[in-house]
Design a protein around this ligand. Structure first.
Ligand code: NI
Length: 172
């Protein structure tokens, strides 16, 4: 397995529409495993392939707390087949926008169809943090970041700060 560098916004590779995976073969499985390892190393609960520069519809999620056994989910071509009318607003962050957080409103519960790491079609019904996390990661597959759900004023403040910290890092 290998740790993959995670792209930091703003980056054009985070704005692409990712391509569907034809089948989950050994190559896609290795990508999923490397993504999970990279996500855990960064203390994240979700990661989408575009965040590691791979424009494929692949996400990984693990919302288990530190004191719980891991519950890794590997998903290719995830699709929302049902979403509740009820919404929930809660704070989100993203490994591609480190140290920035904002309240985002999303459907409270969703049912997602996807292909798992064994190339089997599965469905997952999620609520709470899992629902939020899966929706957040799926957004990445269409080039959407959590800051695209908030006001442009707040979004621009966050993106400007990220540009600034990238410059400081490049200079240092
Ligand atoms: Ni994210």
């Amino acid at each position: 397995m290998a740790l993959l560098p995670i792209l930091i916004a703003p980056d054009p590779r985070l704005k692409v529409t990712a391509e569907a995976v034809e089948r989950v073969d050994a190559e896609v499985r290795a990508l999923m495993d490397n993504m999970l390892e990279s996500m855990h190393a960064a203390n994240g609960i979700g990661l989408a392939a575009p965040q590691v520069g791979v424009a494929k519809r692949v996400i990984v999620v693990d919302t288990a707390r530190e004191d719980e056994a891991p519950r890794p989910l590997r998903m290719a071509n995830p699709e929302i087949v049902w979403a509740s009318e009820e919404t929930e607003c809660s704070e989100e962050g993203c490994l591609s926008l480190p140290d920035h957080f904002a309240d985002v409103t999303r459907p409270a519960r969703v049912r997602v169809r996807y292909i798992d790491h064994e190339n089997e079609i599965r469905e997952l019904e999620a609520d709470g943090i899992l629902s939020k996390c899966v929706q957040h990661e799926m957004d990445h597959l269409d080039g959407v970041l959590f800051v695209d759900h908030i006001s442009s004023l707040k979004r621009n403040i966050i993106l400007r700060k990220l540009v600034k910290s990238k410059r400081v890092e490049a200079a240092g």
